[in-house]
Design a protein around this ligand. Structure first.
Ligand SMILES: NC(=O)c1ccc[n+]([C@@H]2O[C@H](COP(=O)([O-])OP(=O)(O)OC[C@H]3O[C@@H](n4cnc5c(N)ncnc54)[C@H](OP(=O)(O)O)[C@@H]3O)[C@@H](O)[C@H]2O)c1
Length: 311
C-alpha cells in the first residue's frame, strides 16, 4: 500500500481526540476510511464525506469483521486513558487489542499501526502505563514485524484535547498550577502533526516493525517554565506559577479513586497518574526512525497553542 487511491483504512477510537484527527487527515488525503464507534458514541464520529461508520463493541467479532473487511490497514487509536483499577485499563488496552488481533487473523493480512504511549517506557508507574506496555508486548508477539508499527506519542495537544487543556486554560488566565517538579522535561506533539505522521507511515514501509517516539522536533523537549512562557506570550498575560506538592497530588489521586469506586466515573487524576506527572523525563527519542517517510513536524509550540485556544 504505497498510495491512498482506493485503499481502505479502518480506524478505531475515531470518536476520540487523536482518532478523529487521524480519520480527518486520512479522508482529506483521499483514503477510504471505516470508523469504529461503540453504541452511544457514534454521534461523536467526525463528519467525513464517504466515511463508513461501523457501530459496535471493540471486542465483538462480527463488528470487527465488518470493520476489517477489505481493509489494508488498521489504525488503532481506541484506548482507555482514565481509570482507577488495573482492569479499567487492561479491558481496553490489552483485551480489546487481543480481540482486534484475533479478528485480523481472519481478515487477510492488514497492517496495524498502533497508538501506544511514551508511558509504556515505565510500566511500573501506573496501571495505564502497564497496560500500554502489555499491549505493545502482545502486538510484537502476535504480528510479524512488517505488519506492525507502534507509535509512542508524548503529550499530544491541539483542538479537542481534554487532558492538557485545563492546565493550558489556567495558564492563559494567568495561573499555572504545575502538577510536577519544575525540573521535569517533556516532549509535545500537535495532534495534526501526529495525524500527518500516521498517514505518511501508512503510505509506505518506512518505520514498520519498530517502536517510534515522535515529537515536535524541539530538541530536548520542554520544561514547565518554557511551556508557561509560551502560553504567556500567546495569551499576552503574565502567568504566575504554583507547584502542587507531590504528596497533595497523590492524595487527590487517592480521593478520586475512592470516589470512582463509590460513584464512578473513572478519574483522570489517579495515584498512578500523579506518579506519571511527577516523573522527570518524558522526552521522546525523536523522529530519526520515521524521517524517511517524508514527514516532518510543522507545528511549533506557539502556533500550536494559538490554534488550541481558538479551536
Ligand atoms: N492524548 C494524548 O496525549 C496521548 C498521548 C500518548 C498516547 N495516547 C494514546 O492515544 C490513544 C487515543 O488517545 P486520545 O487522547 O484520543 O483518547 P480519547 O480522546 O479518550 O479517545 C479514546 C478513544 O478510545 C475509545 N474507547 C475507549 N474505551 C473503549 C472501549 N471499551 N471500546 C471501544 N472504544 C473505546 C473512545 O471511544 P468513546 O468515544 O466511545 O469513549 C475514544 O474513541 C490512546 O490509546 C492513548 O493511550 C494519547
Amino acid at each position: 500500500m504505497t498510495e491512498a487511491g482506493g485503499a481502505t483504512v479502518a480506524v478505531t477510537g475515531a470518536t476520540g481526540f487523536i482518532g478523529a484527527a487521524v480519520a480527518r487527515r486520512l479522508a482529506g488525503d483521499g483514503w477510504r476510511v471505516r470508523l469504529l464507534a461503540r453504541p452511544g458514541s457514534q454521534g461523536r464520529l467526525p463528519l467525513l464525506a464517504g466515511a463508513q461508520p461501523v457501530i459496535g463493541e471493540l471486542t465483538d467479532p462480527p463488528t470487527l469483521q465488518r470493520l476489517l473487511q477489505g481493509a489494508q490497514a488498521v489504525v488503532h487509536c481506541a484506548g482507555a486513558v482514565r481509570g482507577a483499577t488495573p482492569g479499567d485499563f487492561e479491558r481496553v488496552n490489552v483485551a480489546a487489542l487481543a480481540a482486534l488481533l484475533d479478528a485480523m487473523d481472519q481478515a487477510g493480512a492488514p497492517r496495524l499501526l498502533h497508538l501506544s504511549s511514551l508511558a509504556a517506557r515505565h510500566p511500573e508507574l501506573s496501571h495505564y502505563a502497564a497496560s500500554k506496555r502489555a499491549g505493545e508486548r502482545l502486538l510484537v508477539q502476535r504480528l510479524p514485524a512488517a505488519r506492525r508499527l507502534i507509535l509512542r506519542p508524548p503529550a499530544v495537544y491541539g483542538p479537542g484535547d481534554r487532558e492538557l487543556r485545563p492546565l493550558l486554560d489556567g495558564m492563559a488566565r494567568g495561573l499555572a498550577v504545575l502538577p510536577a517538579p519544575r525540573t521535569g522535561r517533556f516532549s509535545l506533539l500537535h495532534v495534526d502533526d501526529l495525524a500527518a505522521l500516521v498517514v505518511a507511515l501508512l503510505a509506505g514501509t518506512v518505520g514498520w516493525g519498530d517502536i517510534h517516539e515522535p515529537d515536535d522536533g524541539h530538541p530536548g523537549g520542554y520544561d514547565w517554565q518554557q511551556l508557561t512562557a509560551a502560553v504567556a506570550h500567546v495569551s499576552g498575560r503574565r502567568v504566575r506559577t504554583v507547584t502542587v506538592p507531590g504528596g497533595l497530588l497523590a492524595l487527590l489521586g487517592a480521593a478520586n479513586e475512592l470516589r470512582a469506586r463509590l460513584f464512578g466515573p473513572s478519574p483522570m487524576l489517579s495515584r498512578g497518574k500523579a506518579r506519571e506527572l511527577r516523573w522527570l523525563d518524558w522526552v521522546a527519542a525523536g523522529n530519526a526512525g520515521v524521517s524517511g517517510s517524508g514527514w516532518v513536524p510543522r507545528i511549533g509550540l506557539e502556533q500550536g497553542l494559538r490554534d488550541t485556544f481558538t479551536g
